[in-house]
Design a protein around this ligand. Structure first.
Ligand code: SF4
Length: 348
């Protein structure tokens, strides 16, 4: 990063990690003197920088610090304020709706003021925006067509119009659009990873199995407590040895992957019980209707028909029915029979 010589005080790592990925950003003088934050990281640069068009790295660091201190997720917070900026630009939100704040793209003072109110759930801003862009557009009764979220979670820094497999992964993620549930963006943008070769990010072919495999492996990573930044170091075939060394358990790679599959089916069953189904495995309108205007992915979008075809492919790979409900036979085969009874598991 260009600012590292000026602002990076030292590396920051999780306990015991040998590859520290964090940087402590310290501002000693000027408008934001006293700011001290672990970041801003890649996603945060997009959400608190690019989305609201804040060009000052110092203001982005300050916004990052505010989010950390107030308990706001930087991706959701930044994308939500960008939604409000667009709503203001379109005349759907007036200063009187925002505690008198004149919100506009690129205005760092207004941006920080709104973030702070969101974090404290203060005033009209807090009421409208704190729960994210989906809730905000529903409360306003307008602006849903440009709210960039899936299942109420704002999207991270990947233009999924140009990576169909990532779009599918975001659409089906049980917690909403996020990059870590499947973590297949490296495979899609790089074109290969582990045993996946010649992956075509512009095509919808074979995305069902690709997403399922990545989800199961990442769920296994969570179970084992492995950082997902290690997925180019710890491949599936190396995990049995790690598990044996830590626990003494003799489990094959296939058995371990089934642990991840069980986690994923359990999470899906939870969502089914709470009323989620295929309808919520959606994409933002813009992803489906507005093609990328230029560059190597020019013309790419994920049409409604492409999404439906990928959903069918994915549900089939998972052993779920067309509504996205795990089949009873699938749950029983994963030793989740009780869950099958509780959710009224899907029929074929
Ligand atoms: S996030 Fe992962 S790579 Fe970064 S410091 Fe923590 S354990 Fe290490």
């Amino acid at each position: 990063y260009y600012w590292a010589p000026k602002y990076s005080a030292r590396n920051v790592a999780c306990p015991g990690c040998t590859k520290p990925c964090g940087k402590l950003f310290v501002i000693k003088e000027g408008k934001y003197a006293g700011t001290e934050v672990d970041g801003p990281e890649y996603e945060t640069l997009y959400s608190l920088g690019g989305c609201p068009e804040i060009s000052s790295i110092e203001a982005v660091a300050k916004a990052n610090e505010l989010c950390d201190l107030l308990g706001l997720d930087t991706i959701s917070a930044g994308v939500t304020v960008a939604w409000a900026m667009e709503a203001a630009e379109r005349g759907l939100l007036k200063p009187e709706d925002l505690d008198g704040i004149q919100l506009a793209f690129g205005d760092e003072d207004a941006f920080l003021a709104v973030l702070e109110r969101m974090g404290r759930r203060e005033g009209k801003v807090g009421e409208l925006l704190t729960d994210g862009s989906k809730a905000a557009s529903e409360r306003l009764g307008k602006g849903g067509e440009f709210a960039i979220h899936i299942k109420g979670m704002e999207l991270p820094a990947y233009d999924i119009r140009g990576a169909k497999g990532v779009a599918l992964a975001f659409a089906v993620s049980f917690r909403g659009g996020d990059h870590l549930t499947a973590g297949n963006y490296g495979t899609e943008f790089g074109g290969s990873w582990w045993r996946f070769e010649a992956v075509d990010r512009h095509s919808i072919v074979n995305k069902g199995f690709e997403v399922k495999f990545h989800e199961d492996l990442m769920a296994l990573y969570d179970v084992l407590g492995i950082c997902k930044f290690s997925r180019h170091m710890f491949f599936l075939e190396g995990l049995p040895e790690l598990v044996r060394a830590q626990t003494g358990l003799e489990l094959s790679a296939g058995e371990l992957l089934t642990v991840g599959e069980r986690v994923y089916n359990l999470a899906r069953a939870f969502n089914v019980r709470e009323g989620f189904s295929r309808k919520q495995d959606h994409l933002p309108k813009r992803v489906m209707e507005e093609p990328i205007p230029e560059g190597p992915s020019a013309g790419d979008r994920v049409s409604y028909e492409e999404l439906q075809a990928m959903l069918d492919d994915y549900y089939e790979a998972r052993g779920w029915n067309r509504a996205g409900v795990p089949l009873k036979a699938k749950l029983v085969s994963l030793d989740l029979e009780e869950i099958a009874e509780e959710t009224g598991a899907g029929r074929a």
